[in-house]
Ligand binder design. Structure first.
Ligand SMILES: *[C@@H]1O[C@H](CO)[C@@H](O)[C@H](O)[C@H]1NC(C)=O
Ligand SMILES: *[C@@H]1O[C@H](CO)[C@@H](O)[C@H](O)[C@H]1NC(C)=O
Ligand SMILES: *[C@@H]1O[C@H](CO)[C@@H](O)[C@H](O)[C@H]1NC(C)=O
Ligand SMILES: *[C@@H]1O[C@H](CO)[C@@H](O)[C@H](O)[C@H]1NC(C)=O
Ligand SMILES: *[C@@H]1O[C@H](CO)[C@@H](O)[C@H](O)[C@H]1NC(C)=O
Ligand SMILES: *[C@@H]1O[C@H](CO)[C@@H](O)[C@H](O)[C@H]1NC(C)=O
Ligand SMILES: *[C@@H]1O[C@H](CO)[C@@H](O)[C@H](O)[C@H]1NC(C)=O
Ligand SMILES: *[C@@H]1O[C@H](CO)[C@@H](O)[C@H](O)[C@H]1NC(C)=O
Ligand SMILES: *[C@@H]1O[C@H](CO)[C@@H](O)[C@H](O)[C@H]1NC(C)=O
Ligand SMILES: *[C@@H]1O[C@H](CO)[C@@H](O)[C@H](O)[C@H]1NC(C)=O
Ligand SMILES: *[C@@H]1O[C@H](CO)[C@@H](O)[C@H](O)[C@H]1NC(C)=O
Ligand SMILES: *[C@@H]1O[C@H](CO)[C@@H](O)[C@H](O)[C@H]1NC(C)=O
Length: 686
């Protein structure tokens, strides 16, 4: 083969130059271009070729079986474009390239076998603009391989390699802007920050930084980890770092609880840069979410399974957005309700087809919202079963073996309970259960299957309990009907009293608040040692109004504001909101239809109001931006709150004055320096 080529070369050289000797390299110069092509690498021929053509500007040494970059390139004094693609170069030592004069602008090493790019290998190439290292076996780019010596660099092509980790120091390089890093088609699954760079130090040059991470092995974007990694202190700083686009398509992202904080950020910031590919990423898993843009996934889909504390024969899932644990146990080997479940603010527990016979107290009941115990063997409900439910919504005990309920249930506050399903149980109807009829009638709104709750024994057998005649609840020998009737009468009176008092309480509140609009009496002065006066809870949907109108006004009045700008990155938005509420005297909630229509905005917000409404002593003010709010979308608790208090609408006359009036004067507890941000001269306001 080499002999044949040799002959060919000899013939051509004899014809063209009239010189006859056997070479393995073809060294051709065309004006400023130099083409060197070797059948077999011969360093001395390459050396000669470079020396003869030291003025060449575009140099191509391709398809020549080179295993390293020839040292003789140092003779190419004027080279600007150097192409070594399609060789077998495995290593780049730290001298060869650095010995080049600094005019080199483009270096092409595509289709070689380079496995590592070492620190400082390119340091002398101060004019290098583009570096092509695609289609190598690149496994590592050392953290200091690309550094600020490469002042002119604006494109690195590292596609089709085997990188598993991307050091963010490759992306954020001091002094470089308008810079693209292409690491698509690698195996990247995680990030490091070996040089300890601080991302916030990089200033914005409009859309000047692009990272192509397509087709890698990223399964999640752990936002909290990344913010910590890049030492990002203020979330908003990210928008000053000049990220024009991080293209992360075609990675199989798992849309689960780990991704959730990132999904929150996407939804908070998407509106700022709708076309940025990072905001248009899609889920890869789970299968039912595949290809759905993350921003369109409903917040209750970001679930994770929770193996810790999950009982045998059960499946436990956490829905991170609500801190909800869902436990499903479907097994006839289960003969008792689990004693321990994974912890969560809300717990849904389903135990079907089990051998559970008795219901009694469990510590976690306080957080249970839905309890499904249908289709089991329950025959006894202990008296301590019910009092522990603080967040209960639905209890399903249908299709079991209950003959009665504990009588104590009559004294319990079932306000929170929305539904209790009881059908399919063999209730006994006699003098001991007469109270049950009254109780069912009284609570008929809470027992949706009332008509199917039947008497299994006694004279009323087969009838719905509520339709059984009072005279049918008899025990042989003893008749307690009268006693029961009296107790029932007393109980009813009590219920009516409590109910009236409850109604009255609401009216009192409404009355008080409605009539105390007067200037002086509402101008409360409060003492506080909290670091902030007002926490503005608003959604990014209303960002413009808040930043342009509200904040300047309030700041002008001397209030110390806690807004999203004070959020600490690296901790969940929820925690940030709670921190805001905790460290501010007043929580000011900005409400709009845009806000109510977005799941995500509501999520941010609900985290806040749940706490505020729970802690009654908190000072809460609601400001609405739309004349008519879509009432259906206002969360229930909030609706009640809005009925009780006056909220302020921006379309009202002098709404800003009203708002300021509603805000108490703040006096900081430490020291004497009283601050009176409000209305020292009323003329000042609006
Ligand atoms: C050497 O390369 C040039 C350009 O690539 C080509 O035109 C020429 O025919 C080659 N010469 C030989 C002897 O192969
Ligand atoms: C390289 O080429 C030179 C001159 O063309 C020749 O003398 C030498 O033997 C060659 N070396 C190899 C290793 O082929
Ligand atoms: C290199 O050589 C192969 C055949 O050996 C050929 O297919 C390929 O096109 C060549 N590449 C370049 C850049 O010359
Ligand atoms: C170049 O690499 C050698 C080892 O391969 C090392 O000893 C030397 O310090 C390096 N020089 C620079 C400037 O990095
Ligand atoms: C890098 O450039 C400097 C100055 O231009 C020179 O002194 C040094 O020797 C070069 N480094 C190498 C490894 O050639
Ligand atoms: C590339 O280098 C690796 C070792 O780093 C070697 O195993 C492999 O055979 C090389 N591939 C080619 C095409 O030279
Ligand atoms: C490369 O540079 C980084 C950052 O300066 C350093 O942490 C690392 O140890 C260096 N690697 C080697 C092999 O010297
Ligand atoms: C950024 O670099 C690209 C080429 O990669 C160029 O087309 C563009 O004009 C540059 N933009 C700026 C602002 O320098
Ligand atoms: C990165 O490389 C891939 C594969 O070569 C290419 O399809 C993509 O367009 C490149 N991206 C950028 C931003 O240059
Ligand atoms: C991608 O990551 C998964 C685990 O995250 C790993 O099992 C798999 O081997 C990785 N694939 C490649 C090509 O590195
Ligand atoms: C990324 O690396 C960090 C630190 O080693 C680790 O804590 C984290 O779990 C990794 N993330 C993924 C998705 O592998
Ligand atoms: C119940 O919820 C609270 C938060 O509201 C949490 O602190 C507690 O650990 C939860 N308890 C259980 C048993 O899940």
């Amino acid at each position: 083969m080499s002999f044949v080529n040799c002959q060919g070369i000899i013939i051509i050289f004899m014809l063209t130059l009239g010189v006859g000797f056997c070479t393995s390299c073809n060294c051709t110069r065309v004006n400023r271009h130099l083409y060197l092509n070797c059948v077999q690498t011969n360093e001395s021929e390459i050396h000669d070729c470079f020396i003869k053509n030291e003025g060449a500007i575009y140099v191509f040494v391709t398809n020549s079986s080179l295993t390293r970059i020839p040292k003789s390139i140092r003779y190419l004094h004027r080279v600007q474009y150097l192409d070594f693609s399609y060789n077998e170069i495995t290593d780049i030592d730290n001298h060869t390239l650095n010995s080049l004069r600094s005019e080199l602008q483009i270096l092409v090493l595509s289709y070689n076998n380079v496995s590592i790019l070492r620190n400082n290998t390119l340091d002398n190439l101060t004019s290098l603009q583009e570096l092509y290292l695609d289609n190598n076996g690149l496994r590592e780019i050392e953290a200091n391989a690309i550094n600020s010596n490469l002042k002119s660099l604006h494109y690195i092509q590292c596609s089709y390699n085997q990188l598993e980790i991307l050091d963010i120091g490759l992306v954020w390089v001091p002094l470089l802007f308008n810079y693209t890093v292409n690491v698509s088609n690698n195996d990247i699954s995680n990030f490091t920050n070996q040089k300890g760079i601080r991302v916030s130090d990089f200033k914005k040059f409009n859309d000047s930084l692009r990272v192509d991470l397509q087709s890698n092995n990223l399964t999640t974007i752990d936002a909290n980890y990344l913010l910590r990694l890049g030492k990002v202190e203020q979330i908003w700083d990210l928008h000053n770092t000049g990220i024009g686009g991080i293209n992360i398509l075609f990675n199989h992202l798992v849309c689960d609880c780990v991704l959730f904080p990132f999904a929150v950020y996407i939804n908070v910031f998407k509106f700022m840069d709708d076309l940025n590919p990072v905001y248009n990423m899609r889920c890869g898993y789970p299968t039912e979410l595949r290809s759905i843009p993350i921003s369109e996934v409903s917040i209750n889909e970001f679930n994770c399974s929770v193996p810790e504390n999950c009982p045998d024969h059960c499946l436990c899932t956490r829905t991170i957005a609500f801190d909800l644990i869902t436990v499903v146990c479907d097994s006839d080997t289960l003969d008792t309700i689990p004693y321990v479940l994974p912890e969560g603010r809300y717990i849904n527990l389903s135990v079907h087809s089990s051998n559970v016979r008795e219901l009694s107290n469990r510590l976690y009941y306080q957080n249970v919202t839905n309890l499904d115990l249908s289709n089991s063997s329950i025959s006894t409900v202990q008296a301590d079963f019910l009092p522990n439910f603080e967040r209960i919504g639905t209890i399903q005990i249908y299709d079991n073996a209950l003959t009665m309920l504990p009588e104590d249930i009559q004294n319990m506050n079932l306000e929170k309970l929305s539904s209790l399903y009881l059908h399919g149980n063999p209730f006994q109807c006699d003098c001991h259960t007469h109270w049950l009829k009254a109780w069912l009638l009284k609570n008929k709104a809470k027992v949706p299957d009332l008509d199917q709750v039947l008497c299994e024994s006694g004279p009323a057998r087969g009838k719905p309990i509520i339709d059984a005649l009072d005279s049918e609840f008899v025990c042989v020998g003893i008749n307690l009907v009268l006693v029961l009737a009296i107790s029932f009468g007393l109980l009813s009176v009590l219920v009516i009293l409590v109910f009236t008092a409850y109604l009255f309480r609401v009216s009192i509140k409404v009355l008080l608040i409605a009539n105390f609009k007067c200037f002086q009496c509402l101008r409360r002065k409060v003492s506080t040692d909290l670091p902030f006066d007002i926490f503005i809870s608003y959604s990014s949907c209303d960002d413009t109004y808040v930043h342009d109108m509200l904040i300047p006004h309030l700041e002008n009045d001397g209030f110390r504001l806690f807004t999203q700008d004070n959020f600490i990155p690296g901790i969940p938005i929820t925690d940030n909101i709670l921190k805001g509420i905790d460290s501010s005297f007043t929580t000011l909630i900005i409400l709009s239809n845009k806000f109510l229509e977005s799941d995500w905005c509501r999520y941010e917000f609900e985290q806040a109001y749940v706490k505020v409404l729970q802690e009654k002593e908190r000072h809460l003010i609601i400001l609405t931006l739309d004349k008519k709010l879509n009432k259906e979308r206002i969360p229930k608790t909030l609706k009640t709150y809005m009925k009780m208090t006056n909220y302020i609408n921006v379309s009202e006359k002098r709404y800003m004055s009203r708002l300021l009036l509603a805000l108490p004067r703040i006096q900081i507890r430490i020291g004497d320096s009283e601050r009176t941000p409000l209305l020292n001269d009323s003329a000042k306001v609006n």
